[in-house]
Write a protein that binds this ligand. Sequence first.
Ligand SMILES: Nc1ncnc2c1ncn2[C@@H]1O[C@H](COP(=O)(O)OP(=O)(O)OP(=O)(O)O)[C@@H](O)[C@H]1O
Ligand SMILES: [Mg+2]
Length: 306
Amino acid sequence: MISALCLNPSFDKTVEVDTMRVGKINRVRSVRTDTGGKGTNVAIVLHRLGIPVRCLGLAGEDGAAQYEQRLEKIGVPHGFLHIAGTLRTNLKVVSHDGQDVTEFNEPGPTVDEQRLKSFLKLVKDNCRGDEMLVLTGSLPPGCGSDTYARLMRLLPIPSILDTSGEALWNSLEASPFLVKPNRQELEQVSGKALPTLEEVRHAALRLIDAGARNVLVSLGSDGAMLVNLSGALYSPGLKVKVSSTVGAGDAMTAGFVAGFNQTGDFREALRRGMAAGTASVMTDGTQLIRLEDYEALLDRVTIQEV
Ligand SMILES: Nc1ncnc2c1ncn2[C@@H]1O[C@H](COP(=O)(O)OP(=O)(O)OP(=O)(O)O)[C@@H](O)[C@H]1O
Ligand SMILES: [Mg+2]
């Protein structure tokens, strides 16, 4: 069993207008609401790939039941600790031609230390026998940047971490099995631009010096690089018709976790991560991946040592 943690879930509401007009009335042509939050996205993709997974997290009590019902419908087992406040809604306003997306992202309810401690206990009690813990997304208000490190120290199981800034840097000393920054996140923690693969590899090695055991850097349309002390593997980006890159990183994380969980092989994990990430850009907005796209892409992924 794999547990994906989602500390700040959201309803992702996408509304379509002709053209977004600031300060005017905008008539909505269509509305769609999906479960959001990076941990939940990872859990849904893992479930779609046939991997036993559960989603654990914190959820504002106003909205939690509706969120949980949606996960049940999708078929993902869950355990959310309810906290005071409203489960956030992230609103995306999309113009009819698909050119502009205006986003309004709520911070989510504040988590106090007592509730966080209860959540740590929930994770410790439930995940003891798990194979992997996936920690992903930004931390909700009230949680210190050491929160992921605290979670990782609870149990001696490998953790996959996808977050940014201080939450990423302050987690490295807890020795995550793998961290998955994108290029921009790696540039931010490195304090410099990383235009070449060689510079990306060097910056990833710095994260390994700081405690990470493996680093998977996603490079958008340029593909991805996996770095550890044994070497580096690079997989060039695949050319596909891009509908929306939202959630590509989550799909890649899920594909990697699925691959590693089933084979224990880094090359195979990278291949499945690339196929899942690429499949996700072929779907609209907040939809994740179609299995048939993923399967068709697996054979197109190439991997080289660098
Ligand atoms: N434009 C694209 N064309 C082809 N593949 C892409 C494109 N964008 C992303 N991908 C694929 O998805 C993977 C993850 O994408 P990316 O590096 O954008 O993640 P991210 O920035 O973490 O995404 P997220 O917005 O979910 O956090 C890439 O490594 C690549 O395989
Ligand atoms: Mg990302």
